[in-house]
Structures are given as structure tokens and as C-alpha cells.
Write a protein that binds this ligand. Structure first.
Ligand code: S3P
Length: 427
């Protein structure tokens, strides 16, 4: 697996497009597959995770055509999926296994979803228990993938989730499409609501209010053409690079700015960043805009409580930003980071310490005091795409050379990351 050498740079400059939003892309493939009729998807993410969802749906008998600038999904309806001939492979993708499990729990066949080494380590009890409450039969070893789902008739539940997780919520809501009555999920804090918004676009009656989401079933989905905005979680790396490198000016066009995802903008604004929003429009129930950012001297902040689910994927790059901000940044209530593609609390702290940052690990977060100059170092990606990309940005700011090991993992969410970086760096 390839390593990447990153040298420091003076600025990033340019107007760039991000891949399609990964979360919305998964949902578009899953929901159009079980809709009645043909849907066209434009702007689908080219992430490996999304490709895994696409292959899983093809292996469940859905005809999905990949054309030059669109994906055509011939939806089979809620009961049109076929038993797969082999185990379904979710690869590295937590969203694929958890959301798809909700749909498979209601089918009249048995299926098994597996994944790579990292996915096999991630917690699945969070979806297995509520699906079992709905009447599903799911086999696993210690609540880990592979999971075998013996689908059947389910009943509606009112589920109080102990964690704020859009994957858990979406899994239950998707199962709820198949049952009579209101299936409701209450979460301690509001998580991303792309599922609710897309279900509404496809004609399902959805209730969504402050951490409580419900679907009224049984509900059929109507095919819809879905255009996917750019991924703000991918943009976060360049937004932070733009803030940290003097002389930078970047415009990121056509990004999803659903407010359950824009915690990164709030966090950076608290730190004094300059980010301008332009060209705001809403398509398919999802707002989007272009974001313009420039270099600024950042100051420290505290990130805790209700913002955490809205920055959960952006904490690696926010931690890099915090090393360059004046004062002490405290990140807490973020224990979920320990069960992501790597234990991101440990992997962020270990790598930033290697680069000379003043950082301390806590049970559910970290404490970073800045600004400290970063030094080039040998960085482990731990096979985690967001760690590889966050530390590539750290390498742009650092003195000397940074080697990021095993960077192939960036394909998980952002295959063109290094190509774009090469284009916009201004040495
Ligand atoms: C996602 C939800 C989040 C996020 C992940 C994508 C989604 O996970 O970290 O990258 O698309 O629903 P959790 O639901 O585990 O918080």
C-alpha cells in the first residue's frame, strides 16, 4: 500500500468541486432501489463506501445502470429484492451495513452482510437490538459483522436510542417503512437528517422534530430523480487548509449545507474563521451553497454537547486546526470517535503528538493548546481515510516532510483527494 510524502506549502488557491455527499449517496441508492419505478441519480459520490452500497443492491437483484453522468436505478419496490447468492460486502462502510440491515430485516429471505477488518470490529448491537425489538432475527458473534439477518414480518416500535447516531436512526426508520403504524426513534441529540428529508421527497409521511423522527408505515416509495450536493465533510479538509495557510483563498462550490451537517462551519466561526456562503439553493429538500474561505489567525474553542454529532466526522481536521489556534481547545462528549474507522481519539492524539503538538487524550475527547509549530513526521493512517486526509493537511502546515503511511484508504470517501490537493497547492 502506498505512502504519501507531503511537503509544506504557502497557500491553497482555487475554485473546486467536492465529490457528492457520501451520506446522501448511500441513501439515494438504497431508497431508489426499493422505490417503485425508475430514478436517476446525478452527482453520486465516487467513494468506495458508496460503491459498496451500489454493489450490495445489485447483488440483491436491483438493475442499476452506470451511465456517463448519471446512475439509473430501476427500483424493484419494497418487496422486489432477491435473496443474494453470496454474502453482501459492505467493505469499510458502517453506513452500508447499518442502513441496509434495516431494509433486509423486513425481507422474506435470509442474507448476511460482512465487511473488512475495521468494519468487523465496529459495534452492531446498536442496530441489532432495536431490530430484534421489532421482531427481526439477527445472528452475529458478539454483535459484530458478519451479521446474518433472517428477514420477516416486523412491528412498529418507539425506540429511545442511547446514542445520537444517524445510522441507527435510519436503520430503524427504513425497517419502519414495512410495518403498520408509527415507528419512532428518539435520540439524545439531533443527528444528520438526510434519511428523513429523502423519504419525504419520495412520498413517505415523515415526522421529524428535535431529535425525534418517525415514519408512518406501511409506506411505498415513489421513484425520484435525485441530484446530490457536494460533501461538506470532504470540503472540511480544504476549508481548514484555507484557514491555516497564509495567502489562501478557496471557493468550494455546490456543497450540501444541511444544518445537521454544518457544525464544521460553526466550530470554525467560533475560532474566528472567515467563511462566506454564496448561491444558496435547495434541491430535493437539501440546501446547498458555495463556501469561500481565506487565511485567518484562529483562536481556541470548546466543542461539546449538541454540536458533537454535527462535527463527528470533522473532529480529526478540527483537531489539526486547534494546534494552530491561540489558546486551549477542549473537545469532549465525543466518545463515539472511539468506534469509528479507527479509535479516532487515540489516532489523532498519537499522530499530532508525533508532529509536536501540545495535546492530551481524555476519555471522550482531547485537550489541545496552541499555537505550536508542527514538524514533519512519519504518520500512520491506521487505514482510516479521515486520519490520512487530516494529517495530509497537517503536513502542508508542518516544517519539513510528512510521510503518511498507507494512504490508499482515502478512496473510502474521497478518491480524488490528492489530485485536487496537487491542483490547488501554491508553493
Ligand atoms: C453517517 C452517520 C455518522 C457518520 C458517518 C455517516 C450516516 O455515523 O459518522 O460517517 O451517513 O448516517 P453514526 O451514525 O455512527 O454517528
Amino acid at each position: 500500500m502506498a505512502n504519501k510524502i507531503i511537503k509544506s506549502t504557502r497557500a491553497i488557491r482555487g475554485r473546486i468541486e467536492m465529490p457528492g455527499d457520501k451520506s446522501i449517496s448511500h441513501r439515494a441508492l438504497l431508497l431508489t432501489s426499493i422505490a417503485q419505478g425508475t430514478s436517476e441519480i446525478t452527482g453520486l459520490s465516487n467513494a468506495a463506501d458508496v460503491q459498496n452500497t451500489l454493489s450490495c443492491m445489485q447483488n440483491l437483484g436491483v438493475d442499476i445502470q452506470i451511465e456517463k453522468d448519471k446512475i439509473v436505478v430501476n427500483g424493484v419496490g419494497k418487496y422486489g429484492l432477491k435473496a443474494p447468492k453470496a454474502n453482501l460486502d459492505a467493505g469499510n462502510s458502517g453506513t452500508t451495513i447499518r442502513l441496509l440491515a434495516g431494509i433486509l430485516a423486513a425481507q422474506n429471505f435470509t442474507s448476511t452482510i460482512d465487511g473488512d477488518k475495521s468494519l468487523r470490529n465496529r459495534p452492531m448491537r446498536r442496530i441489532i437490538e432495536p431490530l430484534e425489538n421489532m421482531g427481526a432475527h439477527i445472528e452475529s458473534q458478539m454483535y459484530k459483522a458478519p451479521i446474518t439477518i433472517k428477514g420477516g414480518t416486523l412491528r412498529a416500535i418507539d425506540y429511545a436510542s442511547p446514542i445520537a447516531s444517524a445510522q441507527v436512526k435510519s436503520c430503524i426508520l427504513f425497517a419502519g417503512l414495512y410495518v403498520k403504524g408509527m415507528t419512532r426513534v428518539t435520540q439524545p441529540i439531533q443527528s444528520r437528517d438526510h434519511s428523513e428529508r429523502m423519504l419525504e421527497v419520495m412520498g413517505v409521511s415523515v415526522r421529524a422534530n428535535n431529535g425525534i423522527s418517525g415514519v408512518l408505515g406501511p409506506a411505498d416509495l415513489t421513484a425520484a430523480n435525485i441530484d446530490i450536493p457536494g460533501d461538506i465533510s470532504a470540503a472540511a479538509f480544504f476549508l481548514v487548509a484555507g484557514c491555516l495557510l497564509p495567502d489562501s483563498e478557496v471557493e468550494l462550490v455546490n456543497l450540501g449545507i444541511n444544518d445537521t451537517r454544518t457544525g464544521i462551519l460553526e466550530a470554525l466561526a467560533h475560532m474566528g474563521a472567515f467563511i462566506e456562503k454564496k448561491d444558496i439553493v435547495t434541491i430535493n429538500n437539501e440546501p446547498r451553497a458555495s463556501l469561500l474561505t481565506k487565511f485567518v489567525n484562529l483562536h481556541a474553542t470548546t466543542l461539546s454537547g449538541s454540536i458533537i454529532p454535527r462535527i463527528i466526522d470533522e473532529i480529526p481536521i478540527l483537531a489539526v486546526a486547534a494546534t494552530q489556534a491561540t489558546g486551549t481547545t477542549v473537545i469532549r462528549d465525543a466518545g463515539e470517535l472511539r468506534v469509528k474507522e479507527s479509535d479516532r481519539i487515540t489516532t489523532i492524539v498519537t499522530n499530532l503528538r508525533r508532529m509536536g503538538a501540545n495535546i492530551r487524550e481524555t476519555k471522550d475527547g482531547m485537550v489541545i493548546t496552541g499555537p505550536t509549530p508542527l514538524n514533519g513526521a512519519e504518520i500512520e493512517s491506521y487505514g482510516d481515510h479521515r486520519i490520512a486526509m487530516a494529517f495530509s493537511i497537517a503536513g502542508l502546515v508542518a516544517e519539513g516532510e510528512t510521510t503518511i503511511k498507507k494512504v490508499d484508504c482515502v478512496k473510502t470517501s474521497f478518491p480524488d483527494f490528492y489530485k485536487i490537493l496537487r491542483k490547488i497547492r501554491n508553493d
